[in-house]
Ligand binder design. Sequence first.
Ligand SMILES: Cc1cc2nc3c(=O)[nH]c(=O)nc-3n(C[C@H](O)[C@H](O)[C@H](O)COP(=O)(O)O)c2cc1C
Length: 186
Amino acid sequence: MKTVSIIYFSGSGHTTQLAQSVNKGASKVEGIISNLIAINSKDIIDGRYQNDEVFTTLDSSDAIIFGTATYMGGISAQFKAFADASVGSWFAGKWKDKLATGFTVSGTPAGDKFNTMQYMNTLAMQHGMIWISLGETHYDPNGINRLGAWAGAIAQSTDNIPMAEGDMLTGEVLGKRVADMVLRFN
Ligand SMILES: Cc1cc2nc3c(=O)[nH]c(=O)nc-3n(C[C@H](O)[C@H](O)[C@H](O)COP(=O)(O)O)c2cc1C
């Protein structure tokens, strides 16, 4: 069995919904185990994230999918604390050649989400990972890739705007694509 791990931060649950759809897509693929891991704020003490169990799981995964809510035009502080803590895996080259991608949710249709995606991409590049795009060439205003982005999966939701079915499908497509690519690369 090969492993995909989805590590994400969600403050009020919307990114959790998208993460669950990514997990659903990855879990569909035979031969793949998909782990859904939330970044828990309680693991951040004095600004530093620490959870050895999470890093043990990530270090042994074939693909890592990053996710965070977009806050103030970028990644959340909680995701950054996790990213900073990944320096241990970076020193040991543990994520090198693993597959990676990312997803995010913002309250507005654009919301400066691209900045969030770019940071997750940079994190993956620092680790020597291989970034997987969404792989949908078209967009459907009422369905998959509703918001029209190709770097990963993006969604729009707030407490007043429920997660769109199309955004959930986009997450599923991304999870399945990463799982398919894990089997292909192996
Ligand atoms: C501190 C904070 C900053 C936010 N900044 C943005 C932003 O820059 N752009 C945007 O469109 N939405 C922004 N939002 C809205 C959130 O992205 C949106 O509510 C999202 O669904 C939150 O995801 P979550 O439920 O997983 O935490 C912000 C929300 C908070 C709480």
